[in-house]
Design a protein around this ligand. Structure first.
Ligand code: MN
Length: 332
């Protein structure tokens, strides 16, 4: 997925004097609404973007979360570049063909994690199969790379076999979780990570209340995927698929329940080492390095390579905003 930024004006807006410099640490139960982002053009798709939020740029190293679907569409995301991040694609429905500039050409399907590490530069495309519109639904998330890895080589990996772990019940049947990325309940995903992190899909049976284990040194958030879900975070919070619930840090568990059965995605990790600058498909630390990456993409040079089996088609970078891009930090 590519990021076409209606939100960049917000991202670079000056801080209000009365707002705190950064959020204090501790448990939170902050419900944040995803915004509808039309991707426009020939792609004719829209996505719901739950991260970044104006006051919450990161949850651990997670810096971006799009839900695209469920919808019937013909996905055509032409070659576009990335720096400084990993893309995590977690499909629910539909087949997408991923091709990139290091020669990967794979099908992205339900049950498999697709993880692309940009390092200093990669480009890729994402097309649905066939000429007709088809049902499509997935999460795509980005993980910010730490300083030690963000200047390195690009990579792509796919994992069809992910660990499944039981989630204990307070009442009703126990739940189950797929450990997509990082570590959940002491069990590690085989996928390559560079910071302490968790991404897990948790299934809550009908009529159950589960106790989801969390690392109290990490911050966490939940996003609803499907079904009815209540999060018992002090007050009871109803969580749907158009909101992200930020839980803060210093929780060692969170209880969730469902009447009819639900699926929820847990994301979290160690609070990230740096404030980041994020613009279009780039994650960096300074305005100037974003400009450098944009120039490199527009020049069509070697940095971003050439996506296998494509011709000249590519998504041009949007114009830079008139103001300098600034680092963002948590203010909740
Ligand atoms: Mn992309």
């Amino acid at each position: 997925m590519t990021r076409l930024d209606a939100d960049d004006a917000v991202a670079t807006a000056p801080r209000q004097a009365q707002e705190p410099e950064s959020g204090s640490d501790g448990p939170r139960a902050l419900l944040l609404e995803a915004r509808e982002v039309p991707l426009g053009g020939v792609r004719a798709m829209s996505v719901r973007r739950a991260l970044p939020q104006r006051d919450l740029p990161l949850v651990g190293a997670w810096c971006f979360l799009d839900r695209f679907g469920p919808q019937v569409t013909r996905m055509r995301v032409e070659p576009h570049p990335h720096i400084g991040l990993q893309t995590v694609t977690w499909p629910f429905q539909g087949d997408v063909r991923h091709r990139d500039s290091i020669g990967s050409d794979v099908m992205v399907r339900r049950g498999a994690l697709n993880l692309m590490t940009s390092g200093a530069g990669i480009s890729h495309s994402e097309y649905s199969l066939g000429e007709e519109a088809a049902p499509l639904d997935a999460l795509q998330l980005w993980v910010a790379l730490p300083e030690s890895r963000r200047h390195g080589a690009p990579a792509f990996e796919q994992h069809a076999e992910l660990p499944q772990v039981a989630v204990p019940a307070v009442s009703g049947a126990e739940g189950a979780a797929a450990v997509v990325l990082g570590v959940f309940a002491g069990v590690a995903s085989p996928a390559t990570t560079f910071t302490p992190i968790v991404g897990a899909e948790i299934r809550v049976p009908a009529g159950s209340r589960l106790r989801v284990p969390l690392d109290p040194a990490w911050e966490h958030a939940l996003v609803g995927v499907d079904g009815d879900l209540t999060v018992h975070a002090g007050d009871d919070v109803v969580l749907d698929d158009v909101h992200l619930l930020y839980l803060g840090i210093a929780r060692d568990e969170i209880e969730v329940s469902s009447t009819g059965g639900a699926t929820v995605f847990l994301l979290g990790g160690e609070p990230f080492e740096d404030d980041i600058v994020m613009w279009w498909n780039f994650v960096g630390r300074t305005h100037d390095e974003i400009v450098e990456a944009r120039d490199a993409w527009e020049a069509g040079g070697e940095r971003f390579g050439h996506v296998v089996d494509h011709g000249d088609e590519r998504i041009p970078a949007p114009p830079l905003p008139a103001v300098r891009l600034t680092r963002r930090r948590r203010r909740v």
